[in-house]
Design a binder for this molecule. Structure first.
Ligand code: ADP
Ligand code: ZN
Ligand code: ZN
Length: 815
């Protein structure tokens, strides 16, 4: 009887594949172990064994596996089952799920590129022969493909040795970057112990007799020191009107010594060991209610206004789960938020906290993976963005999905296009674990589930410490422009409030949503606006580099001096983005430090953290930013939030536009006044009477919910209908038009459901590919599985039509 192993390949293939194995291999391999297998002409892939059997494949001759890569499973059965669920629910290939679930160091293939890590000491005597050969080869060339290594070592089975070198930290994968981020440390100085004794003061001044600048600095130090607070280098230099060189000289002389304090917003650093967390009455009530609800409902929503202290409730809950020896998964919408949260959680749970996200290096990710496999106490609590969902949990007790309304939980491209919140609920269910969703502005879908009784609901309507909700002022832009009360994009009222906050040493956040309203260059003579050559969008003007750029494909050109159509030099910029706001601010408040946070300024690996850090450290007075600012950050010194223009969010062509506008405005407003003083929010708008804006002003989530729900029902949208969006792309406009019409008609004929389209999306060409979409709406009470099967069948037959084969299709379930 022949023996076979069924494997998943890390390729976009819907099927699993059968390989033949010997009897010994058959007995050795367990599901969840990796095997290297040949596939295609000469390629070797890291496949995942999921089943051992004796059923010969019907359609092809089973090839032999190349090699077994593990001694024990590195993927557990919970994961395999969950990945299969994702593939089936989100209509994608199991290979896509496997590929995105595994850290790439664990799924090496011929094409993978490796290089040697810089700046490390390597003890050559500790290397095996094969390891040494690779090491030596990398002295000649900066990087190698695994294919090259196969020929260098003159053998096919090179994955294990490479994996060892990766683990030893000698090699790294191409994709990795070397930088690691250290939270910003503030430099402080103090007098060296020897000179702290007043008796030595004269001796000190004697030393400094011939160094006037140093003496001035020391005197300034004494002056500041009378306040008995730590003195920052910055403060000292400012007071003495001196320079960093002078400070350095004093440190070298041993008069000053420098020390650092890590600046986290959390004030726990005072007494880390004795830290106990006292919940407020409102928090305690919510906590008890959640536990009570968990008895009967596995999923609960914690709906608590901004700054109600949801994090502390999570912490208390985590404590109870840890006592039971179970694991906790804490999902965040944005990896940039982890820094803040990690420092808060480690303060309580120390090294039980592990962090996992896609920007981490491969080694770090593999390490967390391994810790979870071993059920290590070091990874009892895992914090991460959506991909943390794929880790080898074996004993989950609780999943927290913080800011559950955030759209970044839904992966858009590439497949698997999963929703991390929903997939987390399924995962938790397989572990019989509880789920807590948290938000100040829950998604309509989730809130609907609490109203229908599917999820439990716990609400907090007050802020922690009884801090008042911010006071929201509406500024009518139409009126302000009419009465000439505007300077650029700033109303007199906003300017006045900024001035006041600055004079009190408080910080300010200004929010400008650039989506759908970017600055463009327009010809005043003929109206021409420069377009991207490859995409169907106007180019965006970037003042700083004096460039026009395409936000879809990255194309850029120098800002033209005259119109390319009529040669007129009368060009003007239209629309405004964060950059223009920043420019105007600099002119209005020349003495203040102004920072900007958007996709352009946060591009580097830790760009986001760096800006957040300087803001927290109060090196920035006014921070201008896009929606990134709306995501659960906690600053204690912000007393004013300004929303530059509320209207461009509202009029976005999307059925969620009002919901998202409400969430965004409420969340940014929530950054204001998080400590004792009541915060202020100024919203500039042409539509002060718009329902959504009124709902934000009155902090009336429930009115927003009711209004939106009503519309969703009438226009057949979630939560009443589920959406499946099919996107089609091709370089030939006519062919795409024809093909999408074909697909639309077949779907229409075979599904007794509303099918919409084929539609051209607002940006209907990207990188020279034209785009069309078709939307299928499925009523909530209809079983989804049957519909999906039909859709899949139709897509398969679409692929069989020879003239349409080249049209790419992508399916997005729960769009
Ligand atoms: P939310 O996540 O609901 O917006 P946070 O959890 O960030 O609110 O809490 C807001 C602020 O109140 C934070 O600075 C937090 O440290 C503080 N805080 C909340 N609960 C407590 C508590 N029980 N004890 C001390 N400080 C708390
Ligand atoms: Zn022109
Ligand atoms: Zn482009």
């Amino acid at each position: 009887m022949p023996h076979f192993v069924e494997v998943i390949l890390p390729l976009s293939l819907a099927k699993t594949f059968t390989y033949s194995v010997s009897k010994t291999e058959y007995d050795y391999i367990k599901p969840g172990m990796r095997v290297a297998v040949p596939f295609g002409k000469s390629k070797i892939y890291t496949a995942l064994a999921i089943e051992l059997h004796q059923n010969e494949p019907q359609l092809y001759d089973a090839k032999e596996i190349h090699q077994i890569l593990d001694e024990a499973p590195i993927v557990n059965e919970f994961q395999i089952a969950h990945w299969q669920w994702i593939a089936s629910y989100y209509m994608c290939a199991i290979g896509d799920v496997y590929r995105s679930a595994m850290p790439s160091a664990l799924i090496l293939e011929n094409e993978t590129i490796i290089s040697q890590k810089q700046d490390i000491f390597i003890d050559e005597s500790q290397l095996s022969d094969d390891e040494f050969l690779i090491y030596q080869a990398l002295q000649q060339t900066s990087s190698l493909k695994i294919e090259n290594i196969i020929s260098i070592l003159n053998k096919k089975n090179v994955f294990p040795v490479i994996q060892q070198l990766l683990q030893k930290g000698i090699l790294q994968l191409q994709e990795e970057m070397n930088e690691t981020y250290k939270p910003k440390l503030i430099r402080y100085v103090r007098l060296h112990a020897e000179f702290q004794n007043p008796d030595n003061l004269n001796a000190l001044l004697e030393i400094l007799k011939s160094a006037a600048k140093q003496k001035d600095l020391v005197l300034a130090y004494f002056q500041l020191n009378s306040a008995r607070k730590p003195i920052t280098v910055k403060q000292l230099i400012e007071t003495a009107n001196s320079s960093a060189t002078v400070v350095k000289a004093l440190i070298e002389k041993g008069i000053f010594e420098e020390y650092h304090i890590q600046h986290d917003r959390v004030n726990f650093d005072e007494n880390l060991q004795e830290m106990t967390l006292e919940l407020s009455n409102a928090q305690q009530l919510a906590f008890d209610e959640i536990n009570y609800n968990f008895e009967v409902k596995d999923v609960n929503l914690l709906h608590g206004v901004t700054s109600s202290g949801k994090t502390e409730i999570y912490i208390k809950l985590i404590e109870t789960i840890l006592e039971k020896g179970k694991q906790v998964l804490y999902l965040l919408p944005e990896i940039a938020l982890t820094t803040q949260l990690v420092s808060r959680l480690t303060a309580y749970f120390g090294n039980k906290v592990a962090v996992f996200h896609s920007k981490y290096s491969n080694n770090e990710r593999v390490e967390v993976w391994k810790q979870l496999l071993e059920n290590s106490p070091k990874a009892q609590i895992v914090i991460g963005a959506r991909s943390a969902l794929f880790l080898p949990f074996s004993n989950l007790g609780l999943v927290i999905v913080d800011e559950e309304h955030e759209q970044t939980f839904k992966q858009v491209d590439p497949a698997p296009r999963y929703h991390a919140r929903d997939a987390a609920i399924v995962l938790a269910n397989s572990h019989k674990a509880k789920v807590l969703l948290g938000s100040a502005t829950p998604s309509i879908e989730t809130y609907y589930n609490t109203q229908s009784g599917k999820y439990g609901l716990v609400e907090i309507f007050e802020r922690f410490g009884k801090v008042q909700m911010p006071e929201i002022h509406l500024v009518d832009l139409k009126d302000k422009y009419f009465r000439k009360k505007m300077s650029g994009h700033f109303s007199d009222e906003l300017i006045e409030s900024i001035r006041e906050a600055l004079s009190l040493g408080e910080q300010i956040i200004l929010f400008q949503n650039r989506r759908g309203y970017s600055p463009v260059v327009e010809c005043m003579t003929c109206g021409h606006v420069p377009q991207c050559a490859q995409c169907d969008v106007s180019l965006t003007y970037h003042k700083h580099k004096n460039q026009l750029r395409c936000h879809y494909c990255g194309y850029s050109m120098a800002n033209p001096t005259n119109c390319h159509v009529c040669s007129s030099v009368d060009l003007t910029t239209k629309g405004f983005g964060t950059e223009q706001i920043q420019q105007e601010l600099i002119a209005l408040f020349p003495n203040s430090k102004i920072g900007r946070m958007d996709q352009d300024t946060t591009r580097g690996k830790f760009g986001f953290e760096k800006i957040i850090d300087s803001f927290k450290n109060r090196e920035i007075d006014i921070l201008v930013g896009t929606q990134m600012l709306a995501k659960g950050l906690d600053f204690d010194n912000v007393s004013l939030v300004g929303i530059m223009n509320a209207d461009n969010m509202l009029y976005h062509p999307d059925f969620r536009a009002f919901e998202r506008s409400f969430q965004m405005m409420t969340q940014v407003s929530g950054r204001s006044g998080r400590s004792e003083k009541r915060g202020k929010v100024i919203i500039q708008t042409y539509n002060p009477n718009h329902n959504t804006i009124q709902q934000v002003t009155q902090n009336d989530y429930s009115a927003m919910y009711k209004e939106q729900l009503y519309d969703r029902q009438i226009y057949k949208y979630p939560p009443y209908f589920r959406l499946i969006k099919v996107t089609l792309k091709h370089r030939d406009y006519e062919k795409l038009k024809e093909g999408s019409m074909w697909l639309y008609q077949v779907l229409q004929q075979n599904l007794a459901l509303p099918v919409l389209g084929p539609e051209e999306p607002p940006v209907s060409r990207i990188r020279n590919e034209y785009i069309r979409t078709i939307m299928i709406k499925i009523p909530q009470n209809l079983p989804l599985t049957g519909t999906k099967k039909t859709v899949q069948k139709i897509l398969d037959s679409f692929d069989m039509v020879s003239q349409y084969r080249a049209i790419k299709t992508a399916v997005n379930v729960d769009f």
